[in-house]
Design a protein around this ligand. Structure first.
Ligand code: HEC
Length: 117
């Protein structure tokens, strides 16, 4: 490789790196939302690691996500609405904490608990 090429390759790598850095990692984040991690950091306190409500969740009236009847009854739209808006006195809304994409990405996680039975 001649010097010009090396310079071109290195400087485009630097520019790309800077673009990622200054966009606050949003290029990387938008591409792969780690929905499982989102669930573990935002939902498991009440809904448990396996979709069964914790003592706290149960006390508030949370449902068992592994219940096949519950899974059939609820629609994806209702799951999205619940996460976005929450329900008074039971579950706080996540619309200010999570993006629309992140909320949508949580649907398959909630569905996944139903399939493990
Ligand atoms: C403070 C405890 C708490 C946290 C944190 C919490 N929830 Fe809930 N959630 C509840 C309770 C209580 C209910 C039952 C209330 C209801 O169904 O209206 C519920 C209901 C739900 C429902 C079902 C609604 C229905 O109509 O059956 C879904 C889906 C859900 N939560 C998903 C999530 C997800 C995903 C997260 C994380 C982003 C989360 N929840 C975080 C307490 C919590």
């Amino acid at each position: 490789m001649d010097k010009k090429k090396i310079f071109a390759v290195t400087s485009s790598a630097v520019i790309l790196g800077m673009a990622v850095y200054f966009s606050g990692n949003s290029i990387i984040r938008a591409a792969n939302i780690d929905a499982e991690m989102l669930y573990m950091s935002h939902c498991k306190t009440c809904h448990g690691t396996d979709g069964k409500p914790t003592d706290l969740g149960e006390g508030l009236g949370a449902r068992d996500f592994t219940d096949p009847q519950w899974q059939t009854k609820i629609t994806d739209e209702q799951i999205i609405k619940q996460i976005t808006e929450g329900s008074a006195g039971q579950m706080f809304p996540f619309k200010d904490k999570l993006s629309e994409e992140e909320i949508k990405a949580l649907v398959p996680i909630v569905r996944g608990f139903g399939k493990k039975e």
